[in-house]
Each structure stands twice: as structure tokens, then as C-alpha cells.
Design a protein around this ligand. Sequence first.
Ligand code: HEC
Ligand code: HEC
Ligand code: HEC
Ligand code: HEC
Ligand code: HEC
Ligand code: HEC
Length: 331
Amino acid sequence: MGPYVKLIWLLVISILLLGVSVVWFYKEFNPEWKQCQRAEVQENEALKGKKLEIKQILLTGEGLWSNQESGQRVDRCMTCHIDEEKLVKLHPKELPIPYDVYGCTVCHGGNGRALESERAHEHMYSDRDAMEEGRYSADEFIKMWKRLKILNPEEEIRLRRESFFGPTGRYQLYVGNDDCVDCHKKDDMHPDHVKRWSNTKFKTFERIKKEPDYQAGDENYKKQCYKCHTTGYREDKEIYAAEGVGCEACHGPGEVYAYLMQGVRDEEYDVEQGQKLAKISFDFSICGNCHIPKRHEMRKEYLKEAAAKEAAAKEAAAKEAAAKDAVKEEG
Ligand code: HEC
Ligand code: HEC
Ligand code: HEC
Ligand code: HEC
Ligand code: HEC
Ligand code: HEC
């Protein structure tokens, strides 16, 4: 073997090493996320001049060592999905969960920490269909609700509000008493419980409507009654799902669990999953939301005023009558 052959070998190896280094440098200094951001910036004028950097939201809770995860949970999806205009267009209007606060993984799943799309998108629900199919297992919902609960610790309304969200992050629908009663009035489905609530509660709103203060009150006054005397009242929109205290006022909206409970007559649906969700949706603290001691303060106020007015009117009438009598006597 001549010295040239050795030299050629050395040269080949050097070139290879150089090549590897170049690729390594390129990857290190031009990672996928930077390429993504550049592409986004090129597409959207409004993003021009933005510094290329990692964008992340720290989500509190979870991610503890005790959960065998390191550090706080973090959402870096928006590092690549940087164009907010685009996100607004892709999403249904009025999603109640703002993604600039809650991040993306709450609804979409995936790995919030990853900065390569392949790993980030692992186990992700990419669109509506995937979310709906993926989350028809109780555990997946419970995971989602737990995250929401942790992310939203300052919930003043004492309800399991996180369980009000469906798989796509929208509010679940209230299905109404009829569906629940149809199934649960049967012999082995807790008919006593159903009878009790059907008898006492479902028609109570009729009574409210006849109350003098309700009738005299303006819309702002009436609104106060809806909170406790209807089912599924939403303060933000000032709408309710049904009048009276229905099954779902205590058990939470039934869109998902009642859907799954159809398993009682159709094998395609999983009753057990529905039961599990119904169980976790219920919480005794929900009673305290309506059964508070000062619930009727505004009524007292009104009734006191009404009584005072009535007394004043009576007094005036009595005076008038007395005056008339006096005139009669004179005449
Ligand atoms: C390294 C960059 C990168 C990261 C990090 C990333 N994505 Fe993506 N994502 C992309 C690209 C590129 C596409 C394809 C976009 C296109 O075709 O317009 C995409 C597509 C998607 C889609 C559309 C559905 C699909 O499968 O094409 C969804 C939903 C999505 N990403 C969600 C997420 C979520 C949630 C995270 C965080 C867990 C995330 N992405 C993190 C780059 C990224
Ligand atoms: C509240 C739940 C929720 C959050 C939070 C959320 N998304 Fe979505 N996302 C949806 C839903 C629902 C759709 C499907 C919209 C439709 O089909 O109308 C969707 C659709 C998308 C799509 C289009 C997918 C397709 O193929 O049509 C992308 C991309 C996407 N989301 C990315 C993100 C990113 C990135 C974030 C975080 C910044 C995020 N989403 C946060 C619920 C959410
Ligand atoms: C298609 C029939 C069907 C419908 C509709 C239905 N359920 Fe059920 N539900 C069942 C079956 C079956 C079970 C399991 C057996 C049982 O516990 O009685 C169940 C169980 C439950 C449980 C017990 C969960 C636990 O702790 O184990 C609750 C609470 C419940 N349903 C409430 C409701 C409410 C509220 C509605 C209406 C929004 C409703 N169900 C609609 C069939 C139905
Ligand atoms: C914070 C919750 C709450 C609000 C707000 C509320 N109620 Fe009530 N209301 C209750 C509860 C709980 C009961 C059942 C216990 C009771 O009788 O006090 C009830 C019972 C009633 C009853 C039946 C009382 C009886 O003894 O038969 C009437 C009538 C009534 N409410 C009218 C109203 C009107 C009118 C409004 C609106 C101005 C209103 N309530 C607002 C919680 C509320
Ligand atoms: C005022 C609140 C309230 C209303 C309204 C209500 N429930 Fe319940 N429900 C409860 C409570 C409390 C339990 C017991 C929960 C527990 O112990 O875990 C329960 C339990 C149940 C169970 C399980 C029974 C059992 O013994 O485990 C079913 C099924 C059920 N409810 C269905 C219904 C249906 C259907 C309606 C409507 C007709 C309804 N509920 C209305 C509060 C309510
Ligand atoms: C959405 C508001 C709301 C919630 C939640 C609620 N209640 Fe009530 N409750 C009412 C109202 C309104 C009445 C009065 C109904 C009427 O006029 O008959 C009432 C009446 C009652 C009564 C007396 C009626 C009867 O059955 O004789 C009891 C007992 C009661 N509630 C217990 C509970 C318990 C226990 C819970 C929790 C599991 C609960 N309530 C949750 C609003 C609520």
C-alpha cells in the first residue's frame, strides 16, 4: 500500500466528517421550528420582522415528579403555529377555551414540549372527527377535565365546570329530562329517584312565573331567578337550557354520558364509560350553588317595598274616605 492510498483514505474520512458536521450545524442552527416560522412569516405580511424564537406557555400543575414527568407542563405548539390569524380561521367561533391561555394540548393532545412536528403530533387529535372519536373513552375525558381544572383554579362557581366541556372544547349540550326519564323510570334504573325529582321540580318554573315580584320585575330582575330556577343557565350568554331544576342541573350536561348510556339497548355504545363519566360529573357541592342562605334577598327587598307601597296606598285611601265622611257630615 503506497502512501497515496493512505492519504486518499484520510481525505475521504475528512470529507465525510465535514459533511456530518455541516449537517449537524445546519440542524442545530436551522431546526425545523425555525424553518416553520420562516415559512409562516413569508406567508403573512403581518408577521414580518418577528424574531425567530421559541414560543411557549407554561401550564401550571401536573408535570410533577410524582407523576413521573419532569418540570412544569409546557405548550410549545405555537412556536410553529405562530400565525394567530390562521388559527382564528381554523377554529370554530367562540370556543370557550382561549388557546393563548390554555395552550393547544388541552383539546388536541400531542406532546406540548416537543419542537419537532413528528414528535409533537404524536397521539394528537388533529381535527374534529379525531377529537370526537378519541375521547369517547371516559379516561380520555377525565384526563382532559383534570387538565382544565388545574388550568382554571379560580373557578368561583362551585360546579364541576370542567366536566361541562365536550371533546372539541365546546360546551356540552343539555339533552333534557325526557331522555333521562325514558330510561331511568324503568324498574331496575332507579325509578324512585326519578319520580321524586320529576314530582317536585320539573314544574316549579310555572310557579315562579306567577310570583308578583317576578311579574313586576324587569328582565334584569328576572335574570336573577334563572340562575337557580332553570337548568344549564349560562351567565356569560344569559341563556338557559330548560326551565326548572332538571336532572342535568345536578348531574351536569348529558351530551356525552347520555349518549354512551344508549349502550343499554345498542352494543355499539359503552354504558360503563357513560356511568363513569356521570359519576365524575356529579359533585355534592353543586347543591350549595343554589341552596345558599341569602338566596332570596332581592325578593325580600321587593316584597318589603311592595308592602310599604300597599300600606301607603291604604293610608291614603283611609284619609280620603275620612275626608269624604267629614264633607258628608258638614253637608
Ligand atoms: C416543529 C413545528 C411544529 C410543532 C412544534 C407543532 N406543529 Fe403542528 N403542524 C406543523 C406543520 C408544518 C403542520 C402542517 C401545516 C400545514 O400543512 O399547513 C402542522 C399541522 C398541524 C395540525 C393540522 C392537522 C394535521 O395533522 O395536519 C394540527 C391540528 C397541529 N399541527 C397541531 C399541533 C399541536 C397541538 C402541536 C403541539 C402539541 C403542534 N401542532 C406542534 C408544525 C408543527
Ligand atoms: C378549545 C379546544 C381547542 C384548542 C385549545 C385548540 N384547538 Fe385547534 N381545533 C379545535 C377544533 C374543535 C378544531 C376543528 C375545527 C373544525 O373542524 O371546525 C381545531 C382545528 C385545528 C386545526 C386545523 C385542523 C384541520 O385539519 O382542519 C389546527 C391546525 C389547529 N386546530 C391547531 C391548534 C393550535 C396550534 C392550537 C394552540 C395554539 C389549538 N389548535 C388550540 C379545538 C381546539
Ligand atoms: C338510553 C338509556 C339512558 C339514557 C338516555 C340515560 N341513561 Fe343514565 N344510565 C343508563 C344505564 C343503563 C345506566 C347504568 C345502570 C344504572 O346505573 O342504572 C345509567 C346510569 C346512570 C347514572 C349512575 C352513574 C353511576 O354513578 O354509576 C346516572 C347518575 C345517570 N345514569 C344519569 C342520567 C341522566 C341525568 C340522564 C339524562 C341526561 C341519563 N342518565 C340518560 C341509561 C340511560
Ligand atoms: C341562589 C339561588 C336562588 C335564586 C337566585 C332564586 N331562588 Fe327561589 N329558590 C331557591 C331554592 C334553593 C329554593 C327551594 C328552597 C326554598 O324554598 O327556599 C327556592 C324556592 C323558591 C320558591 C318556592 C318557595 C316555597 O316555599 O314554595 C319561589 C316562589 C321562588 N324560589 C321564587 C324565586 C324568584 C321569583 C326568584 C328571582 C327573583 C328566585 N326565587 C331566585 C333558590 C334561588
Ligand atoms: C337535586 C339534584 C338532583 C336532581 C334534580 C336529580 N338527581 Fe339524580 N342524583 C342526585 C344525587 C344526590 C344522587 C346520588 C349520587 C351519589 O350518591 O353519588 C343521584 C343519583 C342518581 C342516579 C344513580 C342512582 C344511585 O342510587 O346510584 C341516577 C341513575 C340518577 N341520579 C338519575 C337522575 C335522573 C334521571 C334525574 C332526572 C329525572 C335526576 N337524577 C335528577 C341528585 C339529583
Ligand atoms: C340549579 C339549582 C339547584 C341545585 C343545583 C339544587 N337545587 Fe335543590 N332546589 C332548587 C330549587 C329551585 C328548589 C325548589 C323547587 C320547588 O319549588 O319545588 C329546590 C328544592 C329542593 C328540595 C326540597 C324539594 C323536595 O324534594 O321536597 C330539596 C330537598 C333539595 N332541593 C335538595 C337538593 C340537593 C340535595 C341538591 C344537590 C344534590 C340540590 N337540591 C341541588 C334548586 C337547586
